[in-house]
Design a protein around this ligand. Structure first.
Ligand SMILES: NC(=O)c1ccc[n+]([C@@H]2O[C@H](COP(=O)([O-])OP(=O)(O)OC[C@H]3O[C@@H](n4cnc5c(N)ncnc54)[C@H](OP(=O)(O)O)[C@@H]3O)[C@@H](O)[C@H]2O)c1
Length: 303
């Protein structure tokens, strides 16, 4: 053993210069800077790869990660379309607040627990409790009734909401409007359509570069009415398929007044909800969207 040890080369006790081992720079060469704006923030930092000399600044790589955390307010989140939007949003990790007069729905479902339900009327609500920190407002406010009621809920209610959102600096407003069904102008003068168009022009004038107006025709899906589910999809889904299959033949008819009452394809409530999600997450998506464009937008985010 002693002769084996003596055959090994002598080990020097000299200190080894540290420059012989290039140091790995810490991940954050400079403290990361976080820029917060309405729950959207960017992290910027720079780092050097292993093996790069600590003194060198020429080999650093800049990394800018744009991390967005969305928080949307759905006006009418417990309605037919609103609940599909809430459900689609929470399933994508988007924080959701719903405002409606009746508040939390009476049925239970996993997604329902993930939404913050606020009871309130859009005309009287304290917006401080609803809008602060939101990245987008989605309005499903609308409906039928007397001329006055239709003007109020389709038009004025949305105008109030758009102006509140603008005042609170919310960057995006998404309105669920309606297709015009190619109706003659005297029919488009009803409170329902004049209300819708008034709401649309408010969105587009206050949000020229981020406002979104979706114009679906009949929306099908499972609508809950007084605790029961109305399966509108039993009619809507086949109707959509048939109308899309024959649309090349029916196109010439589309110039006839009111022809779209029969020919405009219905759209599923899930497609409307997915088009909204696309609008929330894609800043290049803004303006007025037709039935086909709603479908295309939905396909972009469908998993
Ligand atoms: N369903 C369709 O086939 C179809 C087709 C084309 C376009 N649209 C449009 O899509 C939108 C949604 O339709 P929908 O079928 O989902 O309607 P909906 O089920 O009646 O939902 C409307 C929602 O608005 C809320 N709301 C009404 N007045 C309010 C107020 N003053 N303040 C706060 N919340 C209020 C309602 O809740 P509370 O009553 O509890 O307040 C409800 O949650 C409407 O604008 C409609 O015109 C629908």
């Amino acid at each position: 053993m002693a002769s084996f040890l003596s055959s090994l080369p002598a080990v020097s006790a000299r200190p080894i210069p540290t420059s012989a081992f290039p140091l790995r720079k810490p991940l954050f060469q400079t403290p990361p800077t976080l820029h917060f704006k309405n729950h959207r923030f960017a992290v910027s930092c720079s780092y050097a790869e292993a093996g790069v000399n600590a003194d060198s600044s020429s080999n650093t790589i800049d990394v800018v990660a744009d991390v967005r955390s969305e928080r949307i307010v759905v006006l009418g989140g417990n309605g037919f379309v609103g609940s599909a939007i809430c459900k689609a949003a929470v399933s994508r990790g988007i924080e959701v607040i719903s405002l409606s007069r009746s508040g939390r729905p009476t049925y239970s479902d996993a997604w329902v627990d993930q939404v913050t339900w606020i009871s309130g009327d859009v005309f009287y609500v304290n917006w401080d409790e609803v809008l602060v920190g939101a990245t987008a407002v989605v309005s499903t406010l609308g409906g039928f009734g007397s001329e006055e009621q239709m003007k109020r809920i389709n038009g004025e209610a949305n105008v109030v909401a758009v102006n509140a959102a603008k005042e609170y600096g919310i960057p995006k407003f998404i309105l669920i409007s309606v297709h015009d069904y190619n109706l003659p102008s005297f029919l488009l003068s009803s409170g329902y359509f004049t209300g819708k168009r008034k709401a649309e022009s408010e969105v587009l004038s206050k949000y020229p570069n981020s406002g979104i107006v979706l114009r679906p025709a009949f929306i099908y899906g499972k609508r809950r009415v007084n605790g029961y589910e109305l399966p509108l999809d039993l009619v809507g889904e086949p109707a959509e398929k048939i109308l899309r299959a024959i649309e090349n033949f029916t196109k010439p008819l589309s110039s006839l007044p009111a022809s779209d009452l029969l020919l405009a394809p219905p759209v599923s409530v899930d497609d409307v909800a997915l088009a909204v999600i696309n609008g929330v997450t894609d800043d290049d998506f803004f303006g007025v969207f037709t039935i086909d464009q709603i479908k295309d937008a939905a396909n972009k985010v469908r998993v």
